[in-house]
Design a protein around this ligand. Sequence first.
Ligand SMILES: Nc1ncnc2c1ncn2[C@@H]1O[C@H](COP(=O)(O)OP(=O)(O)O)[C@@H](O)[C@H]1O
Ligand SMILES: [Mg+2]
Length: 242
Amino acid sequence: MKSETKNNAVVIRGLTYQYRINGSIVLKNIEFCIPKGEFTLVTGLSGCGKSTLCLCISGADELMNPDGILTGEVIINGKDIHKINAAERALEVGIVFQNMDTQLFSFTVEDEIAFAPENLCLPPEKIKERVDYLLNLLGIEYLRESHPHRLSGGEKSLVVLAAVLALDPPVVIMDEVMSQLDKKSKMRVIDVIRMLCDMGKTIIAVEHDIKAIESVHHIMVLQDGKLKSFRDLNGEDNTCHI
Ligand SMILES: Nc1ncnc2c1ncn2[C@@H]1O[C@H](COP(=O)(O)OP(=O)(O)O)[C@@H](O)[C@H]1O
Ligand SMILES: [Mg+2]
């Protein structure tokens, strides 16, 4: 067991979640910490609570499901994610939803990526620089003028990921982003994840194909809403003592 340090980007304490009052408990007393700059893969059978966990860590649970009942704490870089406002939250944590169609609403890919930084009133030349950089980083320059809703599933994932990275959040959550990607795009996303970790970002990704990703620091297994295990690639228990 690792002890909790100030270097943790993500600290989850006693997280329990129900979608509605008297509904079934979907997350059950989950506790873990993730140090800054590390990459955690989340896996487990369909329906075990992976997407719900992502939603709760991002703080988007309140927005997506106002009837939800969350107890426990989600601390991102020392801040309780449910006690800060949406703009502050967006600067701390970005999420690519499993159903990322709900995250696409612009008429061009370029506008989609520029949307969040524009909302935060970043200078136009900085935004342009960021859009160009991300289109190139994710290999989607050719989609710049395309309509986001007319893209393939894989292309949409890359566009949403670029839009999330446009705010440069220190914690990035990806819910099954790679499942729709072809081999080449998957390799690119894995390279991007590695680069983001080197830059000190903390990545949480839900994926099934864990063998494809060798640069991971922790593998979290969820089972029926409980944290079944949280280990490194050598099988050592990485659950922190909180
Ligand atoms: N919006 C919702 N309202 C009610 N129950 C939900 C909702 N979304 C998911 N669930 C339920 O929560 C449980 C966990 O779902 P989910 O987090 O999507 O699992 P996973 O991502 O591991 O497949 C499932 O039993 C699912 O039916
Ligand atoms: Mg899911």
